[in-house]
Design a binder for this molecule. Structure first.
Ligand SMILES: [Fe+2]
Ligand SMILES: [Fe+2]
Length: 746
């Protein structure tokens, strides 16, 4: 639950505090109305800011997701207080959106109570109201169509703030109010039917209405659909204090003694005296001053437990063990980063380290010292991994603060800024005003972000391309530079897996130890935006040289302490089974034209058996090994063109050709994704968008040339004459598959 929800109020302008909720009234003005039990109606007070949270689209989504309601009694379908049979809107105990919409058409209203349990922004509001007022709070929504109201003339025993979200609704409110009503007490009779209302107004979207507890009211929808939110205030009363006290008596044996089994009148009188004495003691100890805080604390704790239980149910942990933190024992003795008097981390990697991390780049060096088999088995797409290396030099000069400075000034297409505290999230064009604004925002604690820098920075480009052949997926980089005490984003999950490479300074990271969702690539965080971290959290201070791997869907947050931080987010642009299945269906359609057919006439009716048989037959046809092998092969060949092609040096070599000698040192071009096909008397390489064929006698040479990191031309394997070796390597140079190694052998 939120500790400081104000800073995380999501959804532009949706209130998260009492002050924001009652604006333009001041808090004091509202509290005075509450004490004096005065109706308040404000026009356009919340100007549409709840429509994202509780408009029909949002409520519909909430209902369709199936998590709401957590208790069946939270949803009611009523017309003038007459409930619809639950079978009309529930299916297997769950709300059914199609049936609910039918009920709406029939003039029923849908009453959704406790929606804050499922809408984080409303949950934050309720938490704040409880903490501020020591009164229990929850939020309901009423959706109505048709002229009839959800309820007959009635009063609510709670103070109620009504926020009209959609449509128009006429309110009739009758006084005098029932005095301090409580649930469970005997209800007085309603005002006579012909009584004139004290209040007769039409609520428009954005209106605010405060209805103190006990006021009789009835509503009518005027046009189409109306939705309003109701924020309920339930203050503690002396009755609650007494109930709490009597509940405590249950623990005392004195109050559990069976009265019918006491031996005689004298003993009964003694018992009675003792009970009365104890009651007086308890009553004397009761403090109405302390009770509200105690009462709200119990309620809050219960709500936290219930919320955790709901989350457990919604997203059972995929892996129960905590997130793994690997500390590289071998590096532990190395100097750990500290700050000099300027407050900046001490290290700027020496220039001679250029490219050292990139020279040895592989999955193994990226995640070292964790073995790759372990990463593949336990972490890839599954659980986060934190590697603390105690080696600030680990990434060398892969990307330094100077590089960032140069990148910002090298005219990127935009510079982004994020500041979770000020809720600023903006892209700036690198024109005069944009650059000045971005510097000012940075100085005010904002995080500078440069997206997609691998497209312009050669080192980051190699970082992305270098991993592609081994892993088969594509990579991209975004850079995040945060000043001390800065925090870019509120807790969130990403829809792709990321490796966080801490290249300068340090940052404090927190990751929830349970994954809440396994998002599809097209999904992004929406409903949950601006929420706090929940449940158990793994926390780590990531130092220069360290790494975190976070699979998609794990909620995380990061902020700086005393030191600034620069990290590279190396994001995985993965290929999915879904893509392969699409390729399979496409190939099957090419092979069998009947799959282009439309579904049979009338297929929407009847049992669907015929469709089952047709689909089964088509899947059966697709599942033959030979066909599948061919499709998978072709799919992989086609993917070759999806990877970035590096043509660096090829333009220069064309204009300034240099003769190749047998002693020249060459090696395969780093980061080239290619596919080699052995054919009867030739060997074919798919590379870029080309298919390059060599005579069969170069088979061994090709294997050697593309898989040996560094070699002299004369060392090329195979039954070849030196002249053939030269011609062969020249061809590979021209095709861009190998490169000359300027500094000789690596
Ligand atoms: Fe009501
Ligand atoms: Fe993230």
């Amino acid at each position: 639950m939120a500790s400081n929800p104000k800073t995380h109020a999501a959804y532009a302008n949706a209130a998260s505090t009492l002050e924001e909720l009652v604006a333009p009234l001041t808090e004091d003005e509202f509290l005075a109305s509450q004490r004096q039990r005065k109706l308040v109606h404000l026009r356009s007070a919340n100007n549409g800011c709840y429509s994202q949270l509780a408009g029909w689209a949002a409520l519909r989504r909430l209902l369709a997701q199936g998590a709401y309601p957590s208790r069946r009694e939270h949803i009611r379908v009523v017309r003038e207080s007459e409930p619809a049979p639950t079978g009309r809107y529930l299916r297997n105990g769950k709300a059914d959106i199609v049936r609910l919409e039918e009920c709406l058409k029939d003039g029923f209203s849908i009453v959704l109570n406790h929606i804050e349990e499922h809408v984080p922004a409303l949950d934050t509001l309720c938490q704040n109201l409880r903490a501020r007022r020591q009164e229990n709070t929850h939020v309901g929504a009423i959706v109505t169509t048709g002229a009839e109201g959800a309820f007959r003339v009635h009063y609510d025993p709670e103070d109620l703030i009504i926020l009209q979200v959609e449509g128009r609704k006429r309110w009739h409110i009758f006084g005098p109010p029932v005095s301090d009503p409580l649930r469970g007490m005997v209800k007085p009779s309603p005002p006579p039917q012909d009584a004139p209302p004290d209040f007769d107004e039409v609520l428009e979207p954005g209106d605010f209405l405060f209805v103190p507890a006990g006021y009789w009211h009835h509503c009518q929808t005027l046009t189409g659909r109306s939705i309003h939110l109701g924020v309920f205030f339930i203050p503690p009363t002396s009755w609650n204090a007494v109930k709490t006290l009597t509940a405590e008596l249950l623990d005392e044996p004195l109050f559990r003694e069976p009265l019918t089994r006491v031996e005689n009148a004298a003993q009964l009188a003694a018992l009675e005296a003792e009970v009365k004495k104890r009651l007086i003691e308890k009553i004397s100890a009761m403090s109405l001053r302390d009770f509200p805080a105690e009462w709200i604390r119990t309620i809050t704790e219960t709500k936290i437990r219930e919320q955790q239980a709901r989350e457990q149910k919604r997203c059972p942990p995929m892996r129960t063990s905590n997130i793994r933190v690997v500390v590289d024992e071998n590096s532990a003795a190395r100097p750990t980063p500290g700050s000099d008097s300027s407050g900046l981390p001490k290290r700027q990697p020496p220039s001679h380290r250029t490219g050292s991390f990139l020279d040895r780049l592989s999955l193994q060096t990226l995640i070292a010292p964790v073995p790759t088999e372990e990463f593949r088995a336990h972490h890839w797409e599954q659980t986060p991994l934190i590697v603390q290396r105690g080696n600030p030099e680990y990434y060398g000069d892969l990307f330094t603060l100077d590089d960032f400075d140069a990148a910002v000034t090298r005219s990127p297409s935009y510079v982004k800024l994020a500041n979770a505290e000020s809720k600023k999230n903006q892209s700036y064009k690198p024109v005069v005003q944009g650059l000045e604004a971005v510097l000012a925002d940075m100085r005010a604690g904002g995080t500078l972000i440069l997206d997609q820098m691998h497209k312009t920075d050669p080192k980051l480009s190699l970082l992305c391309r270098g991993l592609a052949p081994e892993l088969g997926h594509r990579f991209q980089t975004n850079l995040y530079l945060t000043p001390p005490h800065g925090k870019g984003f509120t807790p969130h999950w990403d829809n792709h897996d990321v490796f966080i490479l801490q290249v300068f300074g340090s940052k404090h990271w927190k990751i929830e130890t349970t994954r809440r969702t396994l998002p599809a690539p097209s999904q992004s965080m929406s409903n949950d935006e601006g929420r706090e971290l929940r449940g158990e959290v793994s926390a780590v201070n990531l130092q220069q040289g360290d790494l975190i791997y976070i699979p998609r869907g794990w909620v995380h947050a990061a902020e700086c302490g005393e030191e600034p931080s620069l990290h590279i987010t190396l994001g995985v642009t993965a290929f999915f089974f879904e893509d392969l299945f699409a390729a399979l269906i496409k190939a099957a359609r090419r092979r069998d034209e009947s799959l282009n057919a439309a579904l049979p006439l009338g297929f929407m009716r009847g049992s669907g058996d015929e469709l089952v048989q047709r689909v089964k037959a088509a899947l059966h046809d697709m599942s033959d090994d030979h066909f599948l092998t061919e499709v998978i092969d072709q799919y992989r060949d086609e993917l070759v063109t999806s990877f970035d092609l590096d043509i660096s040096g090829q333009v220069r070599d064309f204009f300034c050709p240099r003769p190749l000698t047998l002693d020249e040192i060459v090696g395969p071009r780093r980061g080239s994704v290619c596919r080699i096909h052995q054919e009867a008397d030739s060997v074919r390489v798919n590379f870029g968008a080309r298919s390059i064929t060599f005579l069969g006698l170069f088979r061994e040479a090709l294997d050697f040339a593309l898989n040996t990191p560094s070699y002299a031309v004369r060392e090329v394997k195979g039954d070849l004459a030196d002249e053939e070796r030269l011609v062969f390597i020249e061809r590979l140079l021209e095709e861009g598959l190998v490169m000359r190694q300027a500094n000789g052998r690596a």
